[in-house]
Ligand binder design. Structure first.
Ligand code: HEM
Length: 427
């Protein structure tokens, strides 16, 4: 048995907040390891990165999720009592609820609504001069996912609902006002989502069959009981919030098109190339830094002891940039996905393992669909310029976003733009 490498700091919480996405990877590089021990929020914590570590982390026999996510993350990002913190049968039943929404027809429908909403905005952007892509796409996604989920939304409420979703996403690693905006956003969103669930259950608001609203309101848990109002609100928001968060990936995709402009000509009309491009955006750009779990029962791995109850963090960003899996990981190269065999533990921006039985993101297919549609619209439905602005990505800021939010200027619709049916006339 060996002593696990350690970063030897009495507590590394501030270093984690300061170094962000590079916190685990830089220590792994320094210590020459993919596993080390540190203290975070005063608690001993094991950090892991890499493909084999991901395979270990998603072994349900070895890890549980209960009590793994710090309360500041639950009170802002995920909510308390949601699917993320469940284990065993309770998790399977709750996860099945989410996965039942993710049929290929439903995903396509979501994509079609998104296309309609995006294409309706192009003439507005053309008329109004410079636009901030992050703000615009956030609102497009709010309109899209509310309509898709069967949740009523007045146009006048779009900005504040989008702001609530953004506040929750930005809050977990933030200190001060940004954190408190997230707490307030969650409080308000859970209140209106809870009211809505109650009105659906009372028959006062119709919920289209198969929609997220109907599925969550009517869900029965593993004991056959309906979800309490508060938990149902958390789970409805677990569909709405992360779908709006796809706006960050859309900004990253536009940033990649700006930094590697030759892809603008290569992608239109080529679905496979667009998918490879989107996969590389998800691999390359930072989103969630880590996933958290606790050791179910003590075990040994690579000669190191993982004691029962110990908190373990898997470095998602670092695994997507691990040189053992990804040659030249700091290069943006969509070609690397040519002939790529889906690897559930190598590419893990949205978690790894199995969507149905494990904690892998329920919305991964939706995310890829929306990103592909966004890239198709950016390259095929409109022309634009990217004026000088601050686009530097700070890997110390979680969640990352270019400071400008990506300003587009000179937007112009392109005739014969790509349509949702996948047929794109030649320009
Ligand atoms: C914006 C892009 C997205 C990213 C980067 C992302 C990332 C993640 C990550 C890292 C996890 C945790 C994996 C783990 O704990 O092992 C997760 C879980 C989850 N995501 Fe996403 N996600 C995204 C979009 C979505 C969308 C669009 C939905 C909509 C349904 C969604 C719903 C969920 C749910 C319900 C879980 C919990 C799954 C479970 O615990 O079993 N996510 N996501």
């Amino acid at each position: 048995m060996s002593t696990m490498p350690s970063d030897r700091s009495p507590d590394s919480t501030l270093a984690f907040i300061r170094e962000g996405y590079r916190f685990v990877g830089s220590r792994c590089d320094r210590l020459g390891t993919d596993v080390f021990q540190t203290r975070l929020l005063l608690e001993p914590t094991i950090c892991l990165r890499g493909r084999e570590a991901a395979e270990l982390f998603y072994d349900e026999e070895r890890f549980v999720r209960r009590g793994a996510m710090p309360m500041r993350g639950q009170r802002t990002l995920t909510g308390v009592g949601g699917v993320q913190g469940l284990d065993g049968q309770a998790h399977r039943v709750r996860k099945a609820m989410f996965m039942s929404i993710m049929t290929s027809a439903a995903i396509r429908r979501l994509g079609e609504i998104f296309d309609e909403q995006w294409q309706a905005r192009i003439p507005v952007w053309a008329r109004n001069g410079p636009v901030v892509l992050y703000d615009e796409v956030g609102e497009i996604l709010t309109r899209t996912v509310w309509a898709w989920a069967g949740v009523p939304l007045a146009e006048a409420d779009v900005p504040r609902r989008t702001a609530e979703m953004h506040a929750m996403i930005e809050a977990p690693a933030a200190l001060g006002p940004r954190h408190w905006r997230g707490r307030l956003g969650r409080y308000r969103a859970q209140r209106w989502a809870g009211d809505l669930i109650e009105r659906v259950r009372a028959g006062a608001v119709p919920a289209p069959e198969g929609s997220a609203l109907a599925v969550v309101a009517g869900h029965r848990d593993e004991r056959g009981l309906p979800l309490p109002r508060r938990i149902a609100a958390v789970e409805l928001l677990n569909v709405l919030r992360p779908t709006v968060a796809v706006d960050r990936y859309v900004v990253f995709a536009a940033l990649a098109l700006h930094d590697h402009p030759h892809w603008r000509d290569r992608l239109p009309g080529d679905d496979a190339a667009t998918e490879r491009f989107v996969q590389e955006v998800r691999r390359y750009y930072p989103f969630f830094p880590v996933a958290a779990a606790r050791v179910r029962r003590s075990f040994q791995w690579r000669g190191y002891t993982f004691p029962q109850g110990r908190r373990v963090l898997l470095d998602l960003y670092g695994t997507n940039h691990h040189p053992g899996t990804w040659p030249e990981p700091e290069q943006f190269r969509p070609e690397r996905f040519t002939g790529w065999r889906d690897d559930p533990f190598g590419l893990i921006p949205q978690g790894g393992g199995d969507h149905f039985t494990g904690h892998r993101c329920a919305g991964e297919w939706i995310t890829i669909e929306l990103m592909k549609r966004a890239v198709t619209n950016l390259t095929g439905a409109m022309d634009y310029r990217v004026p000088p602005q601050d686009l530097a990505l700070d890997l110390g800021a979680m969640p990352a976003l270019p400071p400008s939010g990506l300003v587009l200027d000179g937007v112009r619709p392109v005739d014969g733009a790509h349509r949702a049916d996948g047929v794109r006339p030649l320009r």
